[in-house]
Design a protein around this ligand. Structure first.
Ligand code: FAD
Length: 505
């Protein structure tokens, strides 16, 4: 039973299917037989265009040339997310990637900032982060490792890209490395007698595709992991009540911002994702609190340019599969779960699913210890993301709608409540293990949404106050000087990775 597996079948050709195919084709060096099945008549979900900096590691693992990738996917750069109207109507803050300030003394930089902020002497948090300061100035340059002591070396970026073009890009990459693609509609999943593993999938045409390991990337349908194996789903919609998104692209009207914008509405929020050829927009909302017609009208009345297609509704349920890996099926992408696109974490969770699959890559015996550990690790990844997203809904002072009243008053997971309480007393934040979100991510959202610490870390008092003030001013000045010399986002793209003009869609 400890023989190697031979044949891997990936079910689904959306972002998760082609990311899985590309990664396996690259890492497994052609030693395994990889087939991907996708159905043109079902198509893909067609949203999912904002990412976080970990995607650069994925692209680097594939040895992709960044400029070529940018051109082929009509991409723009992303330094963070601007949140509008979340704490209160009229509020604005940026959750920037990367670091804040420069650690110099015993405790975290933000504690010195907090001490001065409580005394009314500090600038807004944004002034101490190169990522957020660059967002505000609409500037971009990638990290400059050749100036190691400068904030320019600390810039962290991700991308906004056209999900359909990214899948096509990865398809070309995968097929060039031996992945076989079969187009067809799977109408039946056959289980093996005895252990109940998936033996094959059968197309409407009658073609049978057998495999040893199946990767279920069939999206919300979850064809194998749920349809065939009835694995079960942990529903998180009581904490994350949004269950619909209306999506519509519109024409690029204004400057190309290097950030995603998320604007809270009365029963959810609206995304704005700038690409080179268009802007992606969507209104995520809760059907318990707003009708589809109302949500569509609100979206259409808040676009920067003319709509380029009819609005389209996507229904979803937040939560995750009880086991991402069950028997010989590993679910990746929407088939394994969905938290909410608020912090652009789904593609990252796809990436984590693939990375952990490589760590626990099975032999024909499918050792239960490996499978259990994979599920534990994936669960943890999902729960970390879940808590961070719930924070955005819970930490609000809005009282203008039933939706916000519900969110403000709901109970949250104990793990999240502890973090909020800890911050509220002395502004302390922590990162658990390899948790995706760093201390400064927690800081920016809690501060941006008005959780005000009562005090600061007592050890900041070990440094004389004028020294702290001078240091803050120095950090801010250096960051501003760096931002001043950066090109605008549009100029950087024009010079390095302008995409061909294409019909907007
Ligand atoms: P899909 O794209 O749905 O692909 C499923 C595939 O399975 C398709 O190829 C389909 O043809 C195939 N298939 C299904 N059934 C069959 C069958 N019977 N036979 C053959 N083939 C079949 N993520 C981010 O990281 N950033 C974002 O900004 C973001 N925004 C989002 C906004 C919304 C509203 C939603 C719902 C999701 C968003 N996501 C985002 C998530 C992101 O879209 C997904 O993580 C990503 O696209 C992966 O989807 P997928 O490949 O798992 O599924």
């Amino acid at each position: 039973m400890d023989k190697p597996i031979k044949k891997i079948v990936i079910v689904g050709g959306g972002t998760s299917g082609w990311m899985s195919a590309a990664a396996l084709a690259k890492v497994l060096k052609g030693q395994y037989d990889i087939t991907l099945v996708e159905s043109d008549d079902i198509g893909t979900i067609g949203v999912g265009e904002a990412t976080i900096p970990m995607i650069t590691l994925f692209n680097r693992m594939l040895d992709l040339d960044e400029n070529a990738f940018m051109r082929e996917t009509q991409a723009s750069f992303k330094l963070g997310i601007e949140f509008v109207n979340w704490g209160r109507l009229g509020d604005r803050y940026i959750h920037g990637f990367g670091v804040i300030g420069q650690d110099n003394w015993t405790v975290d930089f933000h504690q010195y900032w907090l001490k001065q902020q409580l005394a009314g002497k500090a600038k807004p948090l944004e002034a101490y982060s190169i990522n957020t300061a660059a967002c505000l100035a609409n500037k971009f340059i990638p990290a400059q490792p050749n100036v190691p002591n400068s904030p320019l070396s600390q810039i962290a970026h991700a991308y906004h890209f056209d999900a359909g073009l990214y899948a096509q890009f990865l398809r070309r990459f995968s097929e060039a490395r031996g992945v076989k693609r079969i187009e067809g509609h799977i109408s039946e999943v056959r289980l093996r007698e005895g252990d109940g593993h998936v033996a094959s999938v059968v197309l409407k045409t009658g073609q049978i595709i057998e495999g040893d390991l199946f990767i279920d990337c069939s999206g919300f349908r979850a064809l194998l992991i749920e349809g065939a194996l009835k694995t079960g789903f942990d529903d998180w919609s009581h904490w994350l009540p949004c269950d619909r998104a209306i999506a519509v692209p519109c024409a690029n009207a204004k400057e190309l911002f290097p950030y995603t914008r998320s604007t809270a509405r009365s029963a959810g929020w609206q995304w704005r994702i700038p690409l080179q050829h268009r802007i992606g927009n969507g209104h995520v909302h809760s059907s318990r609190f707003m009708s589809e017609d109302e949500a569509t009208a609100l979206l259409l009345s808040n676009l920067d340019g003319a709509p380029l297609a009819d609005p389209r509704t996507v229904k979803f349920r937040t939560g995750k599969r009880s086991k991402a890996w069950n028997k010989n099926v590993v679910s990746i992408g929407l088939a394994s779960g969905f938290v909410e696109p608020l912090e652009s974490t789904s593609i990252h969770l796809v990436q984590m699913g693939i990375a952990h699959l490589l760590t626990y890559f099975p032999t024909a015996g499918f050792d239960a210890h490996d499978v259990d550990q994979y599920n534990r690790v994936l669960n943890q990844e999902y729960e970390w993301v879940r808590d961070f997203i719930i924070l955005h809904y819970k930490a609000t002072e809005r009282t203008d709608s039933a939706f916000w009243n519900y969110c403000r008053e709901m109970d949250v997971p104990e793990t999240l409540q502890q973090r909020m309480d800890l911050f509220r007393s002395h502004g302390r934040v922590f990162r658990e293990g390899n948790e995706l979100f760093t201390k400064v991510s927690w800081l920016q959202v809690m501060h941006g949404q008005r959780i005000q610490p009562q005090s600061y870390h007592p050890l900041t008092d070990l440094i004389p106050e004028p020294e702290i003030q001078a240091y803050l001013e120095e950090v801010e000045g250096v960051i501003q000087a760096c931002v001043d010399v950066m090109p605008t986002h549009a100029a950087y793209i024009a010079e390095n990775c302008a995409a061909p003009k294409m019909a907007m869609r």
